[in-house]
Design a protein around this ligand. Structure first.
Ligand code: C2E
Ligand code: CA
Ligand code: CA
Length: 649
């Protein structure tokens, strides 16, 4: 019968993993109040002992003795097995509890039944029976978490009393038997209701905990690559830092894919996403198992790994770079990815995650400026540089108003006649404390902060004004940054500066670099067309330092190509650069373009580039960049002389 009941009540659960967890939780409730169990046991012991002592009956003494033993054993076990102490399986806990509970219940019921059978003193009967009933009902409520135990205990306490009542069968006892039977059903229903409520609550709590965990996980995952995102990285880094052994270091690699935008623009975002996924996979397999690999928005990735020393971090950085630069084939397109990598180490470069991240970011910046596809480790000079950049950034806006900036002019000379054909406008900043600042230092800052728009407009206006005062055949060249061209209304701004200065657009030349064409083709083409149709000319600056793609030269109406000064002077000078200059000059002659050699400092260089076919020259050999009054003086000297042979040599 007990087996059947067990089956029915245990079968109340459909057994799966979730039910087992609920069961474990509910079994725990059996043990949560060892004090209440102890009080119950002591009550039972005193009732049983009193009944035995008052009746002096051997059977009751035997039952009371057994009950005392069981009660003591349960008190001891409940302390020993209480949750939070030694971990036991829910099943063991449940079986131990069942054995104790059922034998205790049966003995309590038996003692009550015996007092009725033996027709003991009325008060003793009231005591034993009252206790049995109170215990049976109370316990079925307390143990509703495990209904099999609860109802089992109720039945085992009450059934002996029922048997005794119906056996003795006096009218009051028959009524007692009937009402007690009804009570068993009522209490069973109460127990099951409580149990269902408990179970539902546990399920609900579990479901919402699972949901919360899932949401947390999603919030930390990058959907495109499946790597962790910024939030996930922060979370993981805190954990990595906590378990970092004293003698180990944490290396942070900040990777930025070179020219990823091109992939997106030419092949489309779906392929761009696949490339990111591929890169993510490669980084994951190149990084150690325990490393965190995160995507940091856009085309940036961060790898954080434990390393033994700097050498290991260098090897790992190289491994990451190699993994990325292996060619990939994505939907039939061959992708040659490459990355710039900035690396910082903790504790060497900073004691906490913030300084580590900042260090790697600065190092990455240097890697990118240094020509991409490079690995750069953080060092302290980068911080000093950053501080200086920040100062420049803060002061640049005010510098224009405070009149600290001025335009200098460097002549570009006809290598045949020696006459000045053009002046290139080069900006100068005379800082009251820092002295003269080089444009190489503040133009990039102006580009990054957007100040270049205001600054560039100002430069164009000043340059146009100066040129308007020169002879008709002298032109002005102004350098343009890509950011200036991308600004809305850029072409109109330049045309209105020309109008204000009263300068013919054909006397303005805009110098642009190849970097312009890497970003936005349509916009750039429109800008160039708009101005070229008004007569403005374009020169391709610093040719030979970037892609040196001849494609741009054909696509856009360049009138001039300026061969970078590294081909004329500097460490790489030699036969090879000579051959390049020759090739470019030949092409210029065919296409009717002027070829300018930049950075001419000596007569030998001038003669060499002229022999190679360059038509124009610029450099310290002729003149440095000079203020406007000196530029005007150079022109008037030239006008007062006929032969300019002296200049060219
Ligand atoms: P760039 O356009 O290539 O300008 C030529 C640079 O070479 C100038 O440096 C010039 O002073 C220098 N240079 C000229 N002849 C010689 C020579 O014989 N030997 C050597 N070693 N150098 C020579 P600068 O004025 O410092 O300008 C540096 C760069 O800053 C420029 O390179 C240009 O990219 C940028 N820049 C200068 N002014 C402006 C401007 O007004 N607007 C913009 N957007 N960029 C500017
Ligand atoms: Ca230039
Ligand atoms: Ca140049």
């Amino acid at each position: 019968m007990i087996k059947r009941l067990d089956h029915i009540l245990h079968g109340y659960f459909s057994r799966d993993a979730r039910d087992d967890r609920v069961r474990a939780k509910l079994v725990e409730t059996l043990y949560t109040q060892p004090a209440s169990l102890a009080i119950g046991a002591l009550c039972g012991m005193s009732v049983a002992t009193t009944a035995a002592w008052m009746t002096a009956n051997v059977w009751i003494w035997l039952a009371a003795g057994a009950l005392n033993l069981v009660a003591l054993a349960r008190i001891v076990l409940s302390h020993w097995l209480a949750p939070g102490g030694k971990r036991r399986s829910a099943q063991v806990l449940e079986r131990v509890y069942e054995a104790g509970a059922f034998s205790y219940a049966l003995l309590t019921g038996t003692i009550a039944a015996l007092t009725i059978f033996l027709d003991a003193d009325t008060h003793v009967q009231v005591l034993a029976f009252g206790y049995a009933l109170a215990y049976g009902n109370g316990i079925s409520a307390r143990n509703a978490g495990r209904p099999f135990i609860a109802i089992g205990q109720l039945v085992l306490t009450v059934v002996p009393v029922l048997i005794a009542s119906f056996a003795v069968a006096t009218p009051p006892l028959i009524v007692l038997g009937v009402t007690t039977t009804l009570m068993i059903f009522a209490m069973t229903s109460v127990t099951m209701t409580v149990f269902r409520t408990l179970k539902e609550q546990i399920f609900a709590a579990e479901a919402s905990a699972q949901m919360a965990e899932r949401m947390r996980e999603l919030a930390r995952t990058d959907v495109v690559t499946g790597l962790v995102n910024r939030a996930g990285l922060n979370h993981d880094m805190v954990e990595m830092l906590m378990v970092l052994p004293e003698e180990r270091k944490l290396a942070l690699f900040w990777l930025d894919l070179d020219r990823f935008k091109e992939v997106n623009d030419t092949l489309g975002h779906p392929i761009g996403d696949k490339v990111l996924g591929e890169v993510a996979g490669r980084l994951r397999s190149a990084a150690p198992e325990s490393a965190t690999v995160a995507r940091f928005g856009g085309d940036e990735f961060i790898v954080v790994a434990q390393v033994a020393d700097r050498a290991e971090s260098e090897r790992l950085a190289q491994a990451l770079a190699d993994a990325i630069s292996r060619p990939a084939r994505i939907e039939g397109h061959r992708i040659d990815a490459a990355a710039s990598i900035g690396v910082a180490l903790l504790p060497d470069d900073g004691p906490d995650m913030d300084t580590l991240t900042q260090g790697a970011d600065l190092a990455l910046y240097h890697a990118k400026v240094g020509g991409r596809n490079q690995i750069c480790f953080f060092d302290n000079s980068m911080t000093r540089e950053l501080v200086r950049r920040k100062e420049i950034e803060a002061e640049l806006r005010a510098a224009i108003q405070r009149d600290e900036l001025s335009i200098f002019f460097q002549p570009i000379v006809d290598l045949e006649t020696g006459r000045i054909r053009t002046f290139e406008a080069l900006v100068r900043w005379f800082h009251p404390e820092k002295g003269e600042l080089r444009p190489d230092e503040f133009i990039p800052v102006a580009e990054e902060t957007g100040v270049i728009i205001t600054l560039g407009n100002w430069i164009t206006a000043q340059a146009a004004k100066a040129c308007a005062g020169w002879p008709e055949d002298v032109t002005i060249a102004v350098n343009l940054s890509p950011a200036q061209i991308r600004a809305p209304g850029a072409a109109l701004g330049i045309l209105s500066a020309l109008r204000d200065a009263g300068l013919d657009p054909r006397r303005l030349e805009l110098e642009v670099t190849e970097s312009l064409f890497l970003d936005d083709d349509a916009n750039t083409a429109r800008f160039i067309d708009d101005l070229a149709s008004e007569g403005v000319r374009f020169a391709l600056d610093d040719f030979g330092t970037g892609y040196s793609s001849l494609g741009y030269i054909h696509k856009f109406p360049f009138k001039k190509i300026k061969v970078d000064r590294s081909f004329v002077s500097g460490p790489n000078i030699g036969r090879k650069s000579d051959a390049i200059i020759r090739a470019v000059a030949e092409m210029g002659a065919t296409l009717g373009m002027d070829i300018v050699a930049e950075g001419l400092e000596t007569i030998e260089q001038v003669q060499a580039v002229r022999a190679a076919g360059c038509t124009l020259g610029q450099g310290y050999y002729f003149s440095r960049a000079v203020p406007d009054y000196l530029a005007a003086m150079l022109l008037s000297q030239e006008a007062g002389r006929d032969g300019s042979e002296r200049l060219v040599g």
